[in-house]
Design a protein around this ligand. Structure first.
Ligand SMILES: [Zn+2]
Length: 321
């Protein structure tokens, strides 16, 4: 009797031990696998963010270069005008003409375009409310991230009178920039979605990372040409709010990034992001609009056919046709 119960107990112990071994084995296997999956996902998001930040940094360098060239040009123009005057003596008519030109330029208002990438998101509605409060229209370069869950967010942008442009359906750099075919697939998917959902055939495009991005493994000129051939104008930016940097900058930093730089351009295209993790952008927006509206001879407009495109990279135009 005691032999049997002793054997039973042993069997139970062995069983328990077996179960423990299986459980520990299972845990040892699943925990690292789950961690790996999490890390891969995080890596993927971070590499996308990094690419966008690199592209924006490069674009900023390009803008600084352009401004330096412009300054050099202006300086040498000034010198040329002065030497022309010295050679011919003061010509009253020519002087009037120069004066007229200066007045004309001063009379033309500075145009500021507020543009929002990566949305719509939970913050888009708040941004639309702020824009309404100040009677301002803006431009939204949307992705397809909320296409299935929230089609009403896309419709609202259009219904409230703003310009809706495209910024890729997937926003996955490694996919869309891998080949022209991938780019076209993504482009067509978003275009059809926007058309079906909002009734608007989009006319404006923004490349993730801008047309000056160096992460595209497909020649960006080919993609610029494709977009242009589709009767779409691509827009980059010449003022960055810096709200795509990691960690997210403070509201005050965003305000300064925009308001310190808008005045440097006759046509200022400001880059913001209305993604779901950009709360500082929402907080900064009222002050930014108030300060721009307080600037002399300055208007805030949505992108339209009249807008002079701001492009980091121009489409190579052929001389033959
Ligand atoms: Zn983006």
């Amino acid at each position: 009797m005691s032999d049997i119960s002793h054997a039973d107990r042993r069997k139970k112990r062995v069983k328990r031990l077996k179960r423990m071994i299986v459980a520990s084995f299972f845990l040892l296997l699943t925990i690292p696998t789950a961690l790996c999956i999490l890390l891969v996902c995080r890596l993927h998001t971070m590499s996308n963010e990094l690419m966008e930040m690199t592209a924006q940094y490069e674009a900023q360098l390009q803008i600084t270069d352009d401004m330096q060239n412009l300054l050099d040009d202006e300086k040498s123009n000034g010198r040329d005008e002065k030497s022309a005057k010295d050679a011919t003596g003061t010509d009253g008519d020519a002087e009037d003409e120069i004066l007229d030109e200066a007045t004309l330029k001063a009379d033309e208002p500075r145009k500021v375009y507020l543009t929002f990438d990566d949305g719509p998101s939970i913050y888009t509605e708040q941004i639309l409310d702020i824009l309404d409060t100040y009677g301002v229209k803006a431009t939204f370069f949307v992705t397809g991230a909320q296409a299935e869950e929230h089609p009403e967010w896309y419709r609202e942008i259009v219904e409230r009178g703003h310009t809706l442009g495209m910024h890729t359906y997937s926003h996955v750099y490694s996919d869309i920039y891998k080949s022209k075919a991938n780019f076209i697939r993504d482009f067509t998917k978003l275009r059809s979605y926007v058309k079906e959902t909002t009734g608007v055939d989009p006319k404006y495009y923004r490349f993730p990372g801008g047309s000056s991005n160096t992460v595209s493994s497909t020649d960006i000129n080919i993609l610029c040409e494709y977009v242009t051939d589709q009767d779409m104008v691509y827009f980059d930016w010449n003022v960055s709010s810096g709200d795509a940097t990691d960690p997210m900058p403070s509201k005050d930093r965003i305000i300064a990034n925009v308001t310190d730089n808008v005045g440097k351009h006759d046509t200022a295209v400001v880059l913001f992001h209305d993604a779901g993790d950009k709360y500082s952008t929402v907080q900064a927006l009222p002050t930014i609009i108030e300060r721009i509206q307080a600037m002399d001879n300055t208007v805030i407009l949505p992108i339209t056919e009249e807008t002079e495109p701001v492009q980091h990279k121009k489409v190579n135009t052929s001389e033959e046709d």
